[in-house]
Design a protein around this ligand. Structure first.
Ligand code: ADP
Ligand code: ADP
Length: 230
């Protein structure tokens, strides 16, 4: 479903490239882990999947289409199809939970009535129906990430991109967020791409993984076929 072909990224004014000639495929329906130490290139790679970062060379294909060739309108549609969640949640502090979740629906031009119905559905999916009117500052880290997940799912994407989604959370909260992601993969059939520096996260959740080191791809594929050290 997602093909990454010869992807390289050189940031202006830096020495070593952040990504060097990376190629692998992410199958539809996978929970695909991208594992590596801090600075390995994980964030750069995941941001190339929605063109928040432009590759210096190579291509990213979604269902055979080169997303690097999309005009701004096609790119906006692509970003609605690829929901993203962040380590530090990136919620809007002046908006309550329901209004945070509604952001992608506003961008997609969904009517107010339909937005309200969809937000209610999403609140129930992530177990936050009682918090619709709360503000982000009134929530725990795990609750904030659930809002982030609901917002990412609002426009019914087929891919969920997770940038260190649990790194700011304690182990118990991490487990509950990971199990929500698993439920979303199984019930909604979403493809999930998640980057992490924690091998444990990959082992508990992912069926596929890619290992990055210093911008290079060390190995990739089905977990069962990888050499990832125990
Ligand atoms: P994290 O480890 O939580 O991803 P970083 O400190 O690596 O956070 O990066 C935070 C932000 O700074 C990201 O948007 C990243 O692209 C940017 N960034 C990281 N390294 C550099 C750098 N050397 N020069 C400029 N921006 C950078
Ligand atoms: P990771 O997510 O694995 O921590 P990143 O993709 O954030 O890795 O960073 C890979 C390399 O690219 C690092 O050396 C980082 O400092 C550099 N980098 C990241 N973002 C920027 C940026 N905006 N400008 C310059 N260098 C960056």
């Amino acid at each position: 479903m997602i093909q990454i072909e010869g992807l390289s990224k050189q940031y202006a004014g830096t020495g070593q490239p952040a990504l060097q000639d990376i190629s692998f495929e992410i199958p539809r329906g996978a929970i695909y882990g991208i594992l590596g130490r801090s600075g390995a290139g994980k964030s750069t790679l995941i941001r190339c999947l929605n063109m928040l970062e432009r590759p210096s060379a190579g291509r990213v294909l979604f269902d055979g289409e080169d997303i690097g060739l999309f005009d701004s309108r096609a790119l906006r549609a692509h970003r609605l199809r690829t929901g993203m969640i962040f380590q530090h949640f990136n919620l809007l502090h002046a908006r309550n939970v329901a209004d945070n979740i509604a952001v992608p629906l506003e961008i997609a031009g969904v009517s107010k009535n339909q937005r309200q119905a969809r937000v209610a559905e999403l609140l129930s999916l992530v177990g936050l129906s009682e918090k619709a009117a709360a503000f982000p500052s009134q929530l725990s880290g795990g609750q904030k990430q659930r809002v982030g997940i609901a917002r990412a799912l609002a426009a019914r994407p087929d891919v969920l991109l997770c940038d260190e989604a649990t790194s700011a959370l304690d182990p118990e909260t991490t487990a509950s967020v990971l199990s929500l992601l698993e439920q979303i993969n199984q019930q909604l059939g979403l493809t999930i791409v998640l980057i992490t520096h924690q091998l444990e996260v990959v082992k508990t959740l992912c069926d596929h993984a890619a290992l990055l080191e210093n911008g290079e791809l060390i190995e990739s594929g089905r977990i069962a076929d990888l050499l990832l050290s125990p």
